[in-house]
Design a protein around this ligand. Sequence first.
Ligand code: 13P
Ligand code: SF4
Length: 296
Amino acid sequence: MKNKIRQLAKEKNAIILAHNYQPPEIQDIADLCGDSLELSIKASKTKADVIVFCGVHFMAETAVILSPDKTVLLPHTGAGCPMADMVDPITLKAKKQALGNIPVITYVNSSAAVKAASDICCTSANVIKVVNSIDADEILMTPDRNLAQYAASNTSKKIHLWDGYCPFHNTLTAQDVNKARKDHPKACFIAHPECPPEVLALADSIQSTSGMIKFAGKSDHTSFIIGTETGLLYPISKAYPNKKFYPASLKMYCTDMKKINLENLADSLENLTGEIKVPEDIRKDALGAVQKMIDL
Ligand code: 13P
Ligand code: SF4
């Protein structure tokens, strides 16, 4: 199956991208792995005719936004993001209006239509930089209230929250972290900013998924409690086989991120199925918000 996928990728001039939460066999076969920011940027630079996005729907849409001339495939079109579904463009525009037309920062975990209704995008890796780049004292952030509260604690600006959250990161509690610390007393606790504020308050470091991998490499610690979706345990343990990594909680398992497998990846490549399209007017407006972030 692996040989078949690599052969098909060559024949179709396709590049395979995998998010850090993807199943191990998908990360192993991909050309590039990374976090949302890396994958958005890499998708825009590739010379391939076809991008196969092993991730969830909004990530494939971001690839379409940045590469309109390429065919973008999502091997399982049912792979979505429950947090991205917690905001829609009509309700967002109404809320922006009600708040006096203040700028909207939207996390990349959102649909193309929501990005199109936003002023600028951000990822977990650049959220503070994006917030501080805005020339306004009040900002509305969508959809993740936890990421927005994390940003609010690092700026003097007033951040209006949208009531969205990642159902998996949001399950992590201070009690889970205290238990993991008790089990691994020497370990350093790294948390993703999608976790609730009570969890972030206990973290030794707050990082995006790729930020966690880099941080673990530079740190003098030899063991780590990982406060993000458990898929990250695979690339981080592979990168540093001499260090130990423990999940903060096994509840953090995103079922949508596990919908892609070698079979549907091969099928998508062979038959060019699962193509993701974005209407051109929405794509152009969304590109404005994504490109502003990338330029920054
Ligand atoms: P990052 O990889 O950008 O940290 O995003 C985490 C996530 O939840 C993606 O769905
Ligand atoms: Fe969405 Fe959370 Fe899954 Fe990421 S981990 S795709 S934010 S539901």
